[in-house]
Design a binder for this molecule. Sequence first.
Ligand code: NAD
Length: 496
Amino acid sequence: MNKPAEIKLETVPVWINGKALAPSGRHGEVFNPATGQVTKKVVFADPGLVDAAVKAAAEAFPAWRDTPVLRRARVMQKFLQLLQAQQKELAKIITEEHGKTLDDAMGSVQRGIEVVEFACGIPQLLKGEYSENVGTQVDTHALRQPVGVCAGITPFNFPVMVPLWMFPLAIACGNTFILKPSEKVPSASVRMAELFKQAGLPDGVLNVIHGDKAAVDALLSHAGIKAVSFVGSTPTARYIYETAAKAGKRVQALGGAKNHAVVLPDADLEFAAEALIGAAYGSAGERCMAISAVVAVGAAGDPLVKLLEKKARQIKLGVDMGPLVTRQHRDKVASYIDVGVKEGARLVVDARQQQTPQEGFYLGTSLFDHVTPGMEIYKNEIFGPILIVLRASTIDEAISIINKNPYANGTAIFTESGGAARRFQNEVQVGMVGINVPIPVPVAFYSFGGWKSSLFGDLHVHGTEAVKFYTRTKVVTTRWPHQDTPAPGFDMPTLG
Ligand code: NAD
């Protein structure tokens, strides 16, 4: 019998000190979710390789830190141009490894590119403060200095955008960086590192390693790393925050979400339903800012559910919505349909009744109505194309439901009442709020982040909070003595 020919798979390398490396050792599999086939293997870094990346970043740090900020900005501008030129190529890599549609992938790359545009303004962002004559012949100034070697650990759902939330600003601030993207979608990060080198970034300033918990743990326990940015699920975010903080590192760890949209009876229901469909099922529900729970208030309920049902049934698999990222994730999401039925929610649209392509990790749309806060389909972040509707009698009840939920990433309200919207934005305990905007992801020059179990740490990503996260302030008090300067005394100086 003839042996089947062995298919040689492409290997996704790590990127250390400006070079792609593919040593033997542990590897992971990369799938194309649209076909269900393994398409590549990816190097999993062991502690030795992680250490090599940290060493490269530590060696590159002093020269990069001391590179004039205008020159750092120019490298950033060149990187911006290369990203713009390669936007489609990056989007294609996302579609092949993550599964989202090409248009959706293009949009997500664009949102990442906007952070690089913001990072090009780093000379302005790093300006310090100066006060003259804070005491007799004494001046004080505050300056921002980079923290050193930083690490970023990112999730599978935005293979380009989330890494771009982190490393461009960290590097613009004068730090060096080690990126550990999700092992499910590793290729785009390596491609971005190549482009950054082409833009003139010195070797060692950006390094990319791959792997699972073992690689992450090696980063968290490495004394050479001073700050860790994380985006992913809440249990991992909590673990990263606690472990890295205990090791003395600065940490920001963004977690999962259950994002509610409140629809008031005065809202334009057609507009709201259209917005909610995109927000719930776009990217197959695999967005941390996806609307996964609608809270329909009073008379809005029945007509809204009718509209959502009609629109959810019109979504075309493979055209409007791609597959889920892995078979395991697809099966987990699908299992929530049985859970919801068992719990007594009304299943209005059922993915199990819809035709799906034979191959790949596809799942159609599902819609539940009359869900209550005690149900598992409400309590868990499903992260797939299942939208649930809760009913509330008043806006107070709707706000109370949201404020009792442990997640607090994003939320939205649909209404024509300015007063109701203003009250909502004031009272809701959530980090990002949309008013007639279903996915209120802040633009790059504002900061992104949730509250409660959606973020561990204080500072959000991108915008000016990121500049604070990736720098430390130093305050310098100066006196240049000359003949008339009084000599420093023995008592506690008051300077005045
Ligand atoms: P995940 O937590 O499984 O993985 C995220 C990263 O952590 C990956 O790089 C992974 O390799 C690593 N990791 C996984 N388990 C680990 C462990 N036990 N110890 C150490 N490292 C570990 O998340 P995911 O499934 O890749 O991404 C989906 C999740 O990310 C969802 O919960 C989503 O809401 C969340 N997310 C949040 C935001 C946000 O801004 N808040 C943005 C995007 C995604």
